[in-house]
Design a protein around this ligand. Structure first.
Ligand SMILES: NC(=O)c1ccc[n+]([C@@H]2O[C@H](COP(=O)([O-])OP(=O)(O)OC[C@H]3O[C@@H](n4cnc5c(N)ncnc54)[C@H](OP(=O)(O)O)[C@@H]3O)[C@@H](O)[C@H]2O)c1
Length: 272
């Protein structure tokens, strides 16, 4: 579906590069990708690395684009919309990955009826293992939603919500979630070191256990509770550890963490 589509990125930072990389790997030709990036040193790096057209001027890369993807920091979006909004064709799909920038803010910077999609990706997108959740503007054509799904599928799984408010929960779970997992990985490794394991072995065991358990959970289709029960033999080592986790309130703490991120996302999304 993307073969003949031209895709322009506004901002050439981490997330844009993950997407450019994913799109090139999925068969989009470099000639169909353009980037607007103000940083001159980044411009030459980007064109050398990906073979795509890079310019510091939005007007050089917006006209003719089927998709324009806003990949700038949230605070920069109003400034970018002021520049891009007037040169954007009404047929171009505008995708924003800027956290907390509402559909109303996006709509206020473009023509009425502009196809708009908000997306919350996460950083595993950098290795093609992201999960992106999409929210399309009311009344958006299915063909434009399908185009957005294909673009984001270049960096991982894709899902969507039909209620914009749910994006705060998505931010709290999958957007911020990689940080929770890194903290758990670090703590597991510390536990291994406290049992006498060398740090490099403990680090490796922690990360491989997280990856393996996550893959088994994903690929087996079993509920997490069922898989947990399978490794807790009566009177064994694992149930002794599980008892400590429960005593420490690990479930409640994780739920509270997601909830705190959700509240913060709601606060940050409020118009100032
Ligand atoms: N990273 C994540 O985990 C994550 C997850 C979900 C959503 N997001 C969203 O993704 C967006 C991009 O994040 P990122 O991590 O890729 O940020 P980033 O690495 O800082 O990239 C943003 C890029 O935009 C450039 N830029 C600034 N002003 C511009 C302008 N007027 N026109 C064009 N380009 C401009 C910046 O250049 P300078 O460096 O010169 O300023 C920078 O290269 C953010 O809105 C963020 O909320 C990120």
């Amino acid at each position: 579906m993307l073969t003949n589509k031209t895709i322009t990125f506004i901002g050439g930072g981490n997330m844009a590069q993950a997407l450019v990389n994913g799109l090139l790997n999925s068969g989009v030709v470099p000639g169909n990708i353009k980037i607007c990036e103000p940083d001159v040193s980044k411009q030459s790096l980007l064109s050398k690395q990906y073979g795509v057209m890079v310019s510091g001027e939005a007007k050089d890369v917006i006209p003719g684009a089927d998709v324009v993807l806003l990949a700038v920091k949230p605070g920069v979006v109003p400034l970018v919309l002021a520049e891009v909004g007037s040169i954007l064709s009404i047929d171009s799909l505008l995708i924003s990955i800027a956290a907390g920038v509402s559909m109303a803010t996006l709509a206020s910077g473009v023509a009425a009826g502009q196809p708009l999609v908000r997306v919350m990706p996460n950083t595993p997108a950098l290795i093609g293992a992201g999960i992106s959740v999409l929210y399309g503007a009311k009344g958006i054509e299915e063909s434009k939603m399908e185009l957005a799904r294909h673009v984001m599928a270049a960096v991982g799984d894709v899902d969507e919500v039909s209620d914009e408010g749910l994006l705060d929960g998505v931010t709290a779970l999958s957007g911020s979630g990689p940080a929770y997992v890194y903290l758990i990985a670090e703590a597991l490794s510390d536990g291994g070191v406290s049992c006498g394991l060398p740090r490099n072995l403990a680090d490796k065991l922690a990360v491989k256990t997280l990856i393996g358990a996550a893959r088994l959970l994903d690929e087996s289709g079993e509920h997490a509770g069922v898989l947990k029960n399978q490794v807790t033999s009566p009177g064994g080592t694992t149930i002794a550890a599980v008892a400590q986790l429960e005593k420490g309130g690990v479930r409640g703490v994780l739920m509270d963490a997601v909830n705190a991120a959700w509240q913060r996302s709601i606060e940050l999304s409020k118009p100032v």
